[in-house]
Ligand binder design. Structure first.
Ligand code: ZN
Length: 61
């Protein structure tokens, strides 16, 4: 899977609201170091992957 270089990215500081599979609400934010999600998963979670995929699709590359 493609990896987004978030360092200096124009979306740094942007927050994406995500609804989890059980209706839980999470917030994913892009930082210079990568993405952060406030869900209980301590590894790179599916919410982050979904946001990454969305960005990659929108970038049209
Ligand atoms: Zn998450």
């Amino acid at each position: 899977m493609e990896k987004i270089n978030t360092k200096g990215h124009s979306f740094v500081g942007t927050v994406w609201p995500v609804i989890g599979s059980k209706g839980d609400k999470y917030s994913i934010v892009m930082t210079d170091e990568g993405f952060e999600c406030n869900c209980p998963a301590y590894v790179k979670c599916k919410h982050i992957k979904a946001v990454e995929k969305k960005i990659l699709c929108q970038s049209g590359t």
